[in-house]
Ligand binder design. Structure first.
Ligand SMILES: [Zn+2]
Length: 86
């Protein structure tokens, strides 16, 4: 019983997120920066410029299948009160 190592890898954030364009449905997997939020994303298929939805910090949180790294690590700020359901 000497292996206290190993399981420690504290939540390594997923750095790849597939953004789905709300306009044309085109999906593209992008690599997310770990230290910045991406506010603009241009769909390569229809050229629409995507911006975060209200309350989201970046386009990955709004349109990606994986939220941005800071959000993965810290989660939302807990004030979910008043979130429109749906
Ligand atoms: Zn598009």
């Amino acid at each position: 019983m000497a292996s206290a190592r190993g399981r420690q890898a504290a939540a390594t954030p997923v750095l790849r997120s597939t953004i789905t364009c709300p306009h044309c449905g085109h999906a593209k997997t992008e690599t997310m920066p770990t230290d910045a939020c991406l506010w603009f994303y241009a769909c390569e298929a229809c050229d629409a410029r995507l911006t975060p939805k209200p309350g989201d910090c970046c386009v990955f949180c709004s349109y990606g299948d994986v939220p941005c790294p800071p959000m993965q690590q810290h989660g939302r700020d807990g004030d979910d009160a008043g979130q429109p359901a749906a």
